[in-house]
Write a new protein. Structure first.
Ligand code: UN1
Length: 477
């Protein structure tokens, strides 16, 4: 079995081994991966700091070439990496390959951005003086990524960090080290100088904590749970460090009487249940007006009956397993909570047995839910959604916005008036009209409001906001 080590200061090191288990078949070990201790985490931070000055001054063509090469290799290996992704995380092979392509596109985008760094020249209010505004790297960026997008989220944090001249300490989720190891290996071979990108696989309580405690990490970008996000925030304030958080969602998808029923059903099925519902952009509250409610529920139930839940790598599988036993327990607990709160199960709710031992769960649709129930307020992070019946658009909008979160918000309608009003009034970072709440482009800003997010947007040109600091220089000539 191959042992995949951490990359610290340009060297592959590591002794303690953790198996990476396939959630579709728990007898299948994807590989062995290192788990760093405190000393290794500290060495990685020191290496990133030491490399910081010279990488900040590296030529834009060097950065471009490395990002470009990485994009090309990811694209060339999309089937293999997509397969690795599905095997370690459990989303279907089509989803795994799609996500791998997205990662390639992100590296490609930031390869281009490296050649398009700009500043501004502004006349001073004092004659004879010029003002230049430039963007400089932040320094050492700590990157902490979740298990649900094992290649795309590392890509959309690593690519801009490198593009804008930062060095990195990267801690991927313990459950899915495989794709992270693969992209670090690709970047290393693409010619990154030693210390610029350090991979520290390991536990949050050791590696993550070491990053939070270090005065040498100048910025932390984090995607994951609300609880951990709050700890990242508190520790970062302590160190006067820049931070960016992407946390939970409880995204609404509104269906109005005038919706095209098939558009509404396809969007809801996709955003609630694909990727096993394990997306922070997933829609978990389906807010449906009276006139279409029964037709919508009947069509959803029919559609869910036709979905195949099975091994992520099997052709024909629509929904792969839940990622692990802990997440499955959380999903099952919430299904029980929903029942006890008085919501009715229109479809699903049961665990499934398949040929191989895995964490299989039926897509589960609740009806007769209210927005006050815990299943409507707390993020479940599984293939579980509830239908909330409302009387009209105004009530739908109010319910959609009545949540502690604000990542993505969707509506199915053929009314220009309602679509326009919704786009302007949805309290979310992203609004989708006649589209699933999940599944975003790679070249435009990503992020939310309220309890979902903190700090500047990720992705596209807007990524520069987080990965750079602005300098204002005055010259009298
Ligand atoms: C998408 O919906 O395409 O963790 C991306 C998540 C998000 C990414 C969603 N940060 O689910």
């Amino acid at each position: 079995m191959t042992f995949h080590k951490n990359l610290i200061d340009g060297e592959w090191i590591g002794e303690s081994k953790v198996p990476n288990i396939n959630p579709s078949d728990t007898n299948d070990v994807v590989g062995e991966y290192a788990s760093a201790g405190l000393e290794e985490a500290k060495a990685a931070i020191a290496a990133a700091k030491a490399a910081s000055h010279s990488w900040a001054r590296s030529g834009i063509l060097e950065r471009h070439a490395i990002l470009r090469k990485t994009a090309d290799e990811i694209m060339a290996r999309k089937e293999e990496l997509g397969r690795l992704l599905s095997r370690e995380e459990g989303k279907t092979l089509a989803e795994g390959i799609g996500e791998t392509i997205r990662a390639g596109q992100i590296f490609d985008f930031f390869a281009g951005e490296a050649l398009r760094l700009v500043g501004e020249i502004i006349p001073s209010v004092r004659p004879g003086i010029g003002v230049e505004i430039t963007r400089e790297p932040v320094g050492v960026v700590g990157i902490i990524t979740p298990w649900n997008f094992p290649i795309a989220i590392p890509a959309w944090k690593i690519a801009p960090a490198l593009c804008y001249g930062n060095t990195i300490v990267f801690k991927p989720a313990e459950l899915v080290p495989g794709c992270s190891w693969a992209i670090v290996d690709i970047l290393h071979r693409a010619g990154l100088p030693k210390g610029v990108l350090n991979l520290v696989m390991g536990k949050g309580s050791i590696v993550g904590q070491a990053m939070l405690d270090s005065p040498d990490i100048n910025a932390i970008t984090f995607t994951g749970s609300v609880g951990t996000g709050k700890r990242v925030a508190a520790a970062s304030i302590e160190h006067n460090r820049k931070f960016q958080l992407e946390m939970g969602g409880k995204n609404p998808f509104v269906v109005l009487d005038d919706a095209d029923l098939s558009v509404a059903v396809e969007s809801a099925v996709n955003s609630s249940f694909f990727s096993t519902g394990q997306r922070c952009t997933a829609s978990s509250r389906l807010i449906v007006t009276d006139g279409i409610h029964d037709k919508f529920v009947a069509a959803m139930t029919e559609r869910l009956k036709g979905l195949v839940v099975d091994d992520a790598l099997k052709p024909g599988t629509h929904i792969g397993p839940v990622v692990d036993a802990t997440q499955l327990k959380q999903d099952m607990d919430y299904i029980e909570i929903g029942r006890q709160e008085g919501a009715k199960i229109a479809f699903g709710g049961e665990r499934l047995d398949r040929e191989t031992p895995g964490f299989y769960l039926q897509p589960t649709l609740f009806t007769e839910a209210t927005n006050a129930m815990r299943i409507s307020r707390e993020e479940i992070f599984g293939p579980v959604a509830s239908v909330i019946r409302v009387k009209d658009y105004e009530e739908a909008l109010a319910v959609a916005n009545d949540t502690p979160f604000g990542l993505s918000s969707g509506i199915a309608t053929t009314s220009l008036k309602h679509a326009t009003h919704f786009k302007r009034n949805a309290e979310a970072g992203m609004v989708m009209v006649n589209l699933p709440t999940a599944g975003v482009d790679f070249h435009v800003p990503f992020g939310g409001r309220k309890g979902s997010s903190y700090g500047p947007r990720e992705q596209g040109k807007y990524a520069a906001e987080f990965y750079t600091v602005v300098k204002t220089a005055y010259t009298q000539a």
